[in-house]
Design a protein around this ligand. Structure first.
Ligand code: CTP
Length: 243
């Protein structure tokens, strides 16, 4: 680990205002690999921290009327399906301690619905999504990168169950979309991002041991990360960590 500190001394009678720089964790993996469950398991073990989960799905571009007419041709498993610029600007605001509104995406409507979700600045921000490790600018924001690696047959079975029960799809559509876009998208764009992960979790959310180890690591890093405080305009300790 390397830690670099830059100090400037405060006036003696000023009480510093402390803003923590958030610790950002990225969780990627194929469709229905258990990303959300892994995130929730991590969150439930980080009780003394303010933790927020932001899903990449909130940043899907809304479909135009023309695209909606041919929704079965639309590729939701391609990096261009996401508004990454919006995600970057949201992260920039959170990093500077400002609350943000993020779109509330509806998989039945293929667009965001009202009201948007308010996200407050937090100690830990978990970003999850199939392609969250794809863009280097998003990866650069992350202190820890995780890839949830579940078998593709297990994922397909879960996807069929979930899409028919929760996303208003029929089995034939799910299988067609899987063959046309989801499987090629995994092979061409999602699986190649595994190489950026610091930790790969085999068997996804069934892997309690991996999740315990990850949580222990996050707790240790958060202890160190607390050094990284911005005392508004008065006292600055700037730290750079390499994990
Ligand atoms: N998708 C879709 N229709 C949309 C938008 C996205 O069918 N309007 C699909 C894409 O094909 C993509 C998937 O949604 O493959 C992404 O969601 P997924 O990662 O499967 O959802 P999670 O619940 O986050 O998965 P996990 O079980 O890993 O938590």
């Amino acid at each position: 680990n390397s830690v670099e500190n830059h100090f400037s001394l405060p006036p003696t009678d000023t009480e510093p205002v402390v803003l923590k720089v958030p610790f950002v964790i990225g969780v990627a993996g194929g469709t229905a690999s258990g990303k959300t469950t892994v995130c929730n398991m991590i969150i439930s073990q980080l009780q003394n921290q303010r933790v927020v989960l932001i899903s990449q799905e909130a940043f899907y571009h809304p479909l135009t009327a023309k695209q909606l007419e041919k929704v079965h041709d639309y590729n939701f498993d391609h990096p261009d399906a996401f508004n990454t610029e919006l995600l970057l600007s949201c992260m920039e605001n959170l990093k500077h301690g400002r609350a943000i509104n993020i779109p509330n995406y509806d998989f039945k409507e293929h667009r965001s619905i009202e009201p948007p979700r308010v996200v407050n600045p937090s100690d830990v921000i978990i970003l999850d999504g199939i392609l969250i490790l794809h863009d280097p600018r998003i990866r650069d924001l992350m202190n820890m990168k995780i890839f949830v690696d579940s078998d593709s047959d297990v994922r397909l079975a879960r996807r069929i169950r979930r899409d028919t029960l929760e996303r208003n799809r029929n089995i034939q559509n799910v299988l067609d979309q899987y063959a046309k876009h989801v499987k090629p998208g995994f092979e061409d764009f999602i699986h190649p991002t595994k190489k950026y992960a610091d930790v790969i979790i085999p068997r996804g959310a069934d892997n309690d041991v991996a999740i315990d180890l990850i949580v222990q690591h996050i707790r240790t890093k958060l202890g160190q990360h607390d050094l990284c405080k911005i005392y508004s305009n008065v006292f600055v300790i700037h730290s750079t960590f390499q994990i």
